[in-house]
Design a binder for this molecule. Structure first.
Ligand SMILES: Cc1ncc(COP(=O)(O)O)c(C=O)c1O
Length: 460
């Protein structure tokens, strides 16, 4: 007999039958989705006025006229205008496991019948611990790295928590080092870490940030020296003032620029020699390369002090060793995350641990190669794009020589034609995909790229 009433409820045959009925209904209706389809003209007027109202209420235009109906299947999403689109950006990597994924729906029902909609700092349930253990399990695969995992509900809050630990331990250092082209989040503090002026327009400084150049694959030796020299200059200019350096091992928003193992190793070793914490932002890279974490891919576990994740994990987390433990009161929050989200995240972490996604013969590598080969072939045949670029399931290409306005128009037409992708970077601006690899196969990629290629030709 289960010892809590909660367990007795979860095991109640009525509840089990109820969940089965819900999932059967979901799967029955999902059979109606067999591919993309255009909007229905009878919904057009209502759809457009609803989008307009949403834009007014949010005080800003949407990137796409996207209003989800709340239904989908794998890489397909239904919009309120009745259209069905291929989603190859997944809310910038959030719905990597696809739309209306039955396993995640089932897990979130387990969360939905629990006592509270959302859990927080003061009152947490066992599933927060279970999720933390799962995340640490993936992070510590092969080599023990981290002792602690602090959950939170947004990527930038996980990043803020990492910086709080860093500044607190490395007092009185008050500066941060970061790379040019990096993106780090949208609090006032992180807007200054972003190398993107529009994200901090009119905002006051929080603490000083020194930006240094990133790796250049065309010139590995020179660019390594350039980065080291730039850091040394800043460290000489402000001795003992740098608390930490933030690394995005594959730059995401900046345009999918991967670094390289030796490069990171040299830069990180220099940071360590100066007592500068090595901080790795894996919000966008988590679960997208051949290994669960990018620091594992680049072979850097011995050099890293802290890592934070988000997006694909649904619940965000800061991972750190026991020597970075916070003093009481430094970290806290009303919300950890919604209970359904925590249960859904547990299901995602379980799939990431158990399914053959990672490794040289894993699904990420297989689909990545397939996509990149198709893009390279199109580049060779037509010259309409440059690329492909990126790593793992983070793949992009540059149309129109990276002209931001033209890439924007192309993406809008691509959306109308049934594929959702997004831009990344500026000068050049690229078109990027975050592949929903768990729920696609080669034929989906082929179908999406055919639409991409015909749209490029249509606009050429
Ligand atoms: C590398 C990186 N860091 C941090 C963030 C911020 O995450 P969130 O939007 O969940 O706060 C993002 C979001 O795009 C990101 O790509």
């Amino acid at each position: 007999m289960s010892h809590t009433l909660s367990q007795q409820l979860q095991e109640d045959p009525q509840l089990i039958e109820g969940k089965k009925l819900i999932l059967d209904a979901l799967k029955k209706h999902q059979k109606s989705i067999t591919g993309i389809r255009p909007a229905k003209s009878k919904f057009k007027a209502d759809y457009e006025s609803t989008i307009k109202r949403l834009e007014e209420i949010r005080a800003g235009g949407l990137i796409y006229p996207y209003l989800g109906s709340g239904f989908g299947k794998g890489p397909f999403v239904e919009l309120e205008d009745g259209s069905v689109k291929y989603d190859f950006i997944c809310g910038i990597g959030v719905y990597q496991f696809g739309h209306a994924n039955p396993d995640i729906v089932e897990a979130s029902i387990d969360g939905a019948i629990q006592d509270t909609l959302i859990q927080g700092h003061v009152q947490q349930n066992r599933n927060s611990l279970e999720l933390s253990e799962q995340i640490l399990g993936l992070a510590n695969q092969g080599q023990h790295m981290f002792d602690h995992c602090f959950l939170t509900s947004s990527g930038v809050m996980a990043a803020e928590n990492a910086l709080k630990l860093t500044f607190n331990k490395n007092q009185p250092a008050n500066r941060i080092l970061a790379f040019k082209r990096c993106f780090a989040g949208r609090t006032i503090a992180f807007s200054h870490i972003n190398d993107k002026a529009m994200t901090r327009a009119g905002l006051p400084d929080a603490f000083p940030v020194d930006h240094v150049p990133f790796f250049d694959p065309e010139d590995p030796e020179e660019s390594t020296q350039r980065t080291l020299e730039a850091i040394k200059t800043k460290v000489e200019e402000y001795p003992d003032k740098h608390a930490g350096m933030i690394f995005e091992l594959v730059q995401g928003e900046g345009g999918f620029y991967p670094g390289e193992s030796n490069y990171f190793r040299k830069v990180m070793e220099f940071c360590k020699s100066k007592g500068i914490a090595v901080l790795v932002d894996e919000i966008q890279t988590f679960s997208r390369l051949k290994t669960p974490f990018a620091y594992q891919y680049f072979g850097l576990p011995d050099l890293i002090d802290m890592v934070w994740i988000g997006k694909a994990s649904q619940v965000c987390a800061t991972l750190f060793k026991s020597d970075w433990k916070p003093p009481a009161g430094l970290l806290g929050q009303t919300y950890t995350s919604a209970t359904s989200t925590i249960e859904g995240a547990k299901q995602i972490l379980k799939a990431l641990s158990e399914k053959p996604f990672f490794g040289d013969s894993g699904k990420i590598e297989r689909l990545s190669k397939f996509t990149q080969e198709k893009l390279a072939q199109f580049e060779a045949e037509t010259g309409l794009i440059n690329g492909p670029f990126g790593l793992g399931s983070m793949i992009c290409f540059t149309p129109y020589n990276g002209d931001g306005v033209k890439v924007g128009s192309f993406l809008k037409r691509l959306f109308e034609n049934g594929v959702i992708a997004l831009s990344a970077g500026s000068n050049p601006t690229k078109c990027r995909f975050l592949l929903p690899y768990p729920v696609i196969e080669e034929d989906d990629i082929e179908a999406v790229l055919n639409i991409v290629f015909s749209t490029l030709k249509e606009l050429a």
